[in-house]
Design a protein around this ligand. Structure first.
Ligand SMILES: [Zn+2]
Length: 134
């Protein structure tokens, strides 16, 4: 089964980002390596939510381009997309599901309510995958 490795420090960076952006959703691009079914985050790229919305997020074309550049420079792959749900649980919304289809990487969601992280992939259905710290 697929899983994602996210260190405690990386989680701290992401939850701080989520708290700072409240009441709006926050987002980030996760770069790392893939070995078999293990995706390991090596670099967290905090991005702006250009929607400035509590229920949606969009990463600008400029920042997506910047992430493409980081892939080459750091020899990493974009393995995940992070965003927060300030006022709901860490489960993909119907909009998220649409974008998961377009961006088939691991989707990590942080809930501002439960303060925890969940990770999902979209195959034919949404399936939750484990987050490990090492
Ligand atoms: Zn969402």
């Amino acid at each position: 089964m697929q899983k994602i490795i996210l260190t405690k420090v990386q989680k701290q960076i992401l939850s701080n980002h989520a708290n700072k952006e409240k009441p709006n959703e926050s987002c980030a691009i996760l770069l790392g390596t893939e070995k078999g079914d293990k995706s390991k985050v090596e670099k967290v790229f905090l991005t702006k939510n250009t929607d400035q919305s509590p229920v949606n997020f969009t990463i600008s074309a400029e920042q997506r381009l910047e992430a493409d550049k980081m892939e080459k420079e750091l020899k990493l792959k974009i393995i995940g997309i992070f965003h927060s749900h300030p006022d709901s649980k860490a489960y993909p919304s119907s909009t998220d599901k649409k974008f998961m289809d377009l961006n088939p990487v691991v989707w990590v969601i942080f809930s501002g309510i439960s303060k925890d992280f969940k990770a999902y992939v979209l195959e034919s259905e949404i399936s939750e995958i484990p987050i490990e710290s090492e």
